[in-house]
Design a binder for this molecule. Structure first.
Ligand code: RIB
Length: 303
């Protein structure tokens, strides 16, 4: 379905340490966990795997260290048919995320960026394939990389989607002109000071984001409320699909990747938001980051 699309992801690659517990600890509290495990993660790598799983041809640009986690993560990207020829391996330490999941499937994530913060902006730009149809970026690298890549993409008319995770108030004014800017609720709050809780606050925040970023579309990921689309004229809300929430980790990554591909394929941003909602709903019904990514068949069967 998306096999003609060449996508490039410039972003993070992390080892995720996932701990499940009935209730996350408060300050000074010590709680017992129920299970734990390690999984491949990082917002960039999750989005690259989601693009590849639904059939796109994917190149990943990023950085790990020459350590055990770095080797495992690169091997995994290769196994997903992702071109890793421009993933550098000379970082200080491979990125790590500690993910705490409570009994309701809600997560709290601490990320040690390590090598992800050491990506060289000049090298990243020169590694972007000239024939790429889609450039996908997140905030889990250093700001200079994002600025350089967006500016390059805008100059070269490459459709660019910025996923604004994790929550950081980066200088959107220096990364203007992307096709789609897509933060979740807490990321929207970090960027605008407004928590998108109802139609009025969604509109206010979207207007600020568009003014600052000059992105064509602002797509807010609203968790259990679905997503919203602002094109500068009209606000549209897309209700969520009903699902059993097990773990919300990487649901936003699946949403962004599928929404971006669907937009490239048909140029229909409304349909793209709906497809993103379907992918996100399937992802939250499963444990893990990359493990929770749905196939195209699963997305098309969702209703
Ligand atoms: O979006 C989910 C990802 O955020 C996890 O895989 C973790 O690595 C953090 O970066």
């Amino acid at each position: 379905m998306y096999s003609n699309i060449h996508a490039t992801v410039v972003g993070s690659i992390n080892m995720d340490m996932i701990l499940n517990m009935p209730k996350v600890p408060g300050t000074g509290e010590n709680v017992l966990g129920s299970t734990y495990g390690y999984a491949n993660g990082g917002k960039g790598a999750n989005q690259a795997c989601a693009l590849a799983k639904v059939g796109a041809k994917v190149k990943m640009i990023g950085k790990v260290a020459d350590d055990a986690n770095g080797k495992k993560l690169i091997e995994n990207l290769k196994n997903n048919n992702i071109d890793v020829s421009d993933v550098a391996t000379d970082g200080s330490q491979t990125g790590l995320a500690a993910i705490l999941i409570d009994g309701d499937g809600k997560n709290r994530i601490v990320v040690y960026e390590g090598a992800n913060a050491e990506i060289d902006p000049v090298k990243a730009v020169s590694a972007i394939r000239p024939d790429t149809d889609l450039l996908l970026l997140q905030f889990e690298t250093n700001e200079d990389v994002i600025i350089a890549c967006v500016n390059h993409a805008v100059k070269n008319n490459i459709t660019t989607v910025i996923d604004c995770g994790p929550a950081k108030n980066l200088c959107l004014e220096k990364m203007q002109g992307a096709t789609i800017l897509s933060p979740n609720e807490s990321e929207t709050q970090a960027l605008t000071g407004i928590l998108p809780a109802d139609e009025e606050s969604i509109l206010q925040a979207s207007e600020i984001l568009q003014k600052r970023s000059k992105a064509k579309y602002i797509v807010l990921k609203l968790g259990a409320k679905g997503c919203s689309l602002w094109d500068g004229k009209e606000l549209k809300l897309f209700p969520p699909y009903k699902t059993n929430v097990v773990d919300t980790t990487a649901a936003g990554d699946c949403f962004t990747a599928v929404m971006a591909l669907e937009y490239i394929k048909n140029g229909d941003i409304c349909n793209a938001c709906d497809m993103g909602n379907k992918a996100g709903a399937i992802a939250v019904s499963r444990m893990g980051a990359e493990n929770s990514i749905p196939t195209v068949q699963e997305i098309l069967q969702m209703h």
